[in-house]
Design a protein around this ligand. Sequence first.
Ligand code: SF4
Ligand code: SF4
Length: 88
Amino acid sequence: MNYWVEKKEKQIHANVFIIKDRCKECGFCIEFCPQGVLKVSEEFNSKGYHPPKLVETETKKCIGCGFCSMICPDFAIFVEKEEENEKN
Ligand code: SF4
Ligand code: SF4
């Protein structure tokens, strides 16, 4: 007997918070983000560095892994994961 198994995808939502004035532009968060959604911004913070910014697209989105937050030596970036919703 064959069974039809319905595939459901989980969509993860995460908010990335950047405390711009703490950033020293080391670039670790940008380099190690597995999704490649962090980029150097054009703006300067109060120390004269360019903090990162989140650049998401339809296909590349933050997955809330928290690597950026773990790797930042200046505690300038943190991630808040939202509840997972089922997407049909
Ligand atoms: S939480 Fe993960 S995917 Fe999201 S911006 Fe940070 S490193 Fe990238
Ligand atoms: S890891 Fe922290 S200090 Fe380094 S660029 Fe990212 S936010 Fe700035």
